[in-house]
Design a protein around this ligand. Structure first.
Ligand SMILES: Cc1cc2nc3c(=O)[nH]c(=O)nc-3n(C[C@H](O)[C@H](O)[C@H](O)COP(=O)(O)O)c2cc1C
Length: 410
């Protein structure tokens, strides 16, 4: 019987062997050899404060050390072979920038207006559940950071801090993400509570209604964690999410799953009737579904594959954005998330038809690494990179970011 510690070592050894093999192969190719040499000359350092971070990956490196292994597996993993997770990222490498020279870019405005609200940046926080698994301050820290930067936050149904406290910390209305559960009455009670608290949009997540594929990376990391879960929380038996704060006081009898696989587009119409504020659907990956969503009266759509956690489709969200934008024809705003790690990624998504972009893991890396300061750093770094990209491409407003500033790479 191999214990969790030994299993961890075996995994690391396997990973190291694979890495060595890959590096040897790379070194044999003339182009990559140059890149490897450059990498070898860059000393490897780990930062000690959020302010030192040069990019979100430096926050990731710290978070990898501070977040316990099973929680890290939850944050970092996708489904099956994590190929959609990877493709979300590599989709951005298939587009290059077309810089423009001699434009006055002394004043750059990154503000966006959406549904009558003005945000200082087009970069928003995607809903990520259970944020106290990454830092004791959880969603409250994310809200404080986003609020001070006037950035939009979308709060998960499975938040560990209730919506009322999050809105108070943020200082502006947040959007409430919705998992209906398998008992729609509960989801509808969540909607009513969020609206009463002042949430200015309901975001119905539709990409896990099929149940999702297996989260293997998460399960493998959990095997390497020798801590006793019960020390901090009731270990999850199946889907016991009754302790999540949005379900406080609700009768959870019979609720075993955050989603229901019986729902159809008719349920979007039902929600449309029920939701008094704006309604968006999150998880659209095809023009067909974008069109159906608009027919059901949604106010906006979010192109998303749940950060590669729904299905291993091998299709990145940026890959499908142009065809979805073409089908939507400007009738409703499109948001996108998945794989955005650089301000230039945000720029590319905005150029290909998104009104705003959202990030999931990068701000949670900041949260896990340094709490509120880390979330602030993630948002600040991405904003700075976006501004630098805008200047290099000769655009001074978000609306002016168009496809003519991109070039499709082979
Ligand atoms: C740990 C984790 C938890 C998530 N929880 C939710 C959730 O509760 N509701 C939801 O709609 N999406 C959830 N997502 C998906 C994110 O909203 C978003 O689509 C994804 O993280 C974007 O990809 P990125 O992490 O590459 O930026 C979660 C993602 C992660 C990584």
């Amino acid at each position: 019987m191999i214990g969790p510690d030994r299993m961890g070592i075996i995994m690391r050894e396997d990973a190291n062997a694979a890495r060595r093999q890959f590096l040897a192969w790379l070194a044999a190719t003339p182009l990559a050899a140059g890149a490897l040499q450059a990498m070898a000359q860059t000393p490897s350092t780990v930062i000690t404060s959020a302010e030192q971070a040069l990019n979100v990956f430096e926050l990731e490196a710290v978070a990898r050390q501070t977040i316990p292994p099973s929680h890290w597996g939850y944050l970092t993993g996708g489904v099956q072979d994590d190929r959609s997770l990877v493709t979300n990222r590599t989709a951005y490498d298939r587009w290059g920038l077309r810089p423009r020279r001699l434009v006055d870019v002394s004043k750059v405005d990154t503000s966006v207006k959406l549904f009558g609200e003005t945000w200082s940046s087009p970069i928003a926080l995607s809903p990520v559940s259970s944020q106290r698994a990454f830092h004791a301050d959880g969603e409250r820290a994310s809200a404080l950071a986003a609020g001070k930067r006037n950035a939009l936050q979308i709060l998960s149904t499975l938040t560990t801090v209730p919506v009322e406290d999050v809105i108070k910390a943020h200082g502006h209305p947040v959007w409430q993400q919705l998992y209906t559960t398998n008992i729609p009455r509960l989801g509808e009670q969540v909607v009513a509570r969020a609206e009463a608290a002042g949430a200015s949009a309901i975001v119905f997540t539709i990409d896990l209604l099929g149940g999702g594929q297996r989260r293997e990376t998460q399960a493998i990391f959990a095997r390497t964690d020798s801590r006793t879960c019960a020390t901090c929380h009731t270990p999850r038996a199946g889907y016991d999410f009754s302790r999540k704060r949005m379900f406080d006081g609700l009768d959870m009898t019979g609720a075993v799953s955050p989603n229901s696989n019986t729902l159809t587009w008719d349920y979007v119409s039902r929600l449309r009737d029920l939701v008094k504020t704006r309604l968006l659907v999150k998880g659209v990956m095809t023009p067909e579904d974008a069109t159906l969503a608009i027919k059901r009266g949604v106010d906006g759509i979010i192109v998303s594959n749940h950060g590669g956690r729904a299905e291993d489709s091998l299709v990145g969200t940026l890959d499908v954005l142009p065809e979805i934008a073409q089908a939507v024809k400007g009738r409703v705003p499109i948001l996108i998330d998945g794989g955005i790690r650089r301000g230039s990624d945000a720029f590319k998504a905005l150029a290909l038809g998104a009104s705003m972009v959202c990030i999931g893991r990068p701000y949670c890396w900041g949260l896990g690494a340094f709490g509120e300061d880390g979330v602030t750093a993630a948002l600040r770094l991405l904003d700075e990179e976006l501004i630098a990209t805008m200047r290099q491409c000769g655009v001074t407003s978000i609306k002016a970011i168009k496809k003519d500033r991109l070039t499709k790479l082979a």
